[in-house]
Design a protein around this ligand. Structure first.
Ligand SMILES: [Fe+2]
Length: 181
């Protein structure tokens, strides 16, 4: 089994657990995120980032998703792992997707009020809204805009009625993005 097959296997086995306190599994949430990225015509690396953005919850072997009692730093775990497989176009938006929520909470009126209760709870564990200086520093990072796009798909990928395909459908996409050697 190569790295890409390992990632798919992780999603289809451990991803079957509930996504924290949301009404869907982590695998469904991941597939819905990727689908929203595709519907918006996102480039392949960003579709992959949407699909894999929460894989850190599975790699962390901690409680899944947003029901956790502590912040598991899943974005850093995923980014460190995925940077070796795919490079920054996939890994960096994922590394920044939690800070993107903290950024939008600080800068966009109504954003916080529209979050799910579980997501509001995890926002507190993750440090809350960014301070003004922190928000400027976030926005100045090269992959901040992609992280904000990813964040919006993430926030909307929690619908228990949406039907998705399988993680295996993304095997060719992930293979095309993987680093050689
Ligand atoms: Fe997510």
């Amino acid at each position: 089994m190569d790295r890409i097959e390992e990632i798919i296997a992780l999603m289809t086995t451990r991803g079957g657990q509930w996504y924290g306190r949301e009404a869907i599994t982590l695998e469904q949430h991941s597939l819905q995120s990727a689908r929203l990225a595709e519907l918006e015509g996102a480039p392949p690396a960003l579709v992959a980032a949407a699909l894999l953005h929460d894989i850190g919850h599975l790699l962390a072997k901690a409680d899944t998703g947003e029901g956790q009692a502590r912040d598991d730093r899943h974005e850093a775990i995923a980014a460190g792992y995925l940077a070796r497989v795919f490079g920054p176009g996939v890994a960096e938006p994922i590394r920044l997707h939690v800070d993107a929520k903290r950024y939008l909470s600080a800068t966009e009126p109504g954003y916080r009020a529209a979050l799910s209760p579980a997501s509001v709870r995890s926002l507190g564990l993750q440090g809350g809204a960014l301070a003004p200086g922190e928000a400027d520093a976030f926005r100045a990072q090269p992959h901040a805009a992609d992280a904000i796009r990813l964040r919006r798909w993430d926030d909307h990928a929690k619908d228990p009625t949406v039907k998705t395909g399988s993680a295996h459908d993304y095997l060719p996409l992930l293979r095309s993005l993987a680093r050689r050697g």
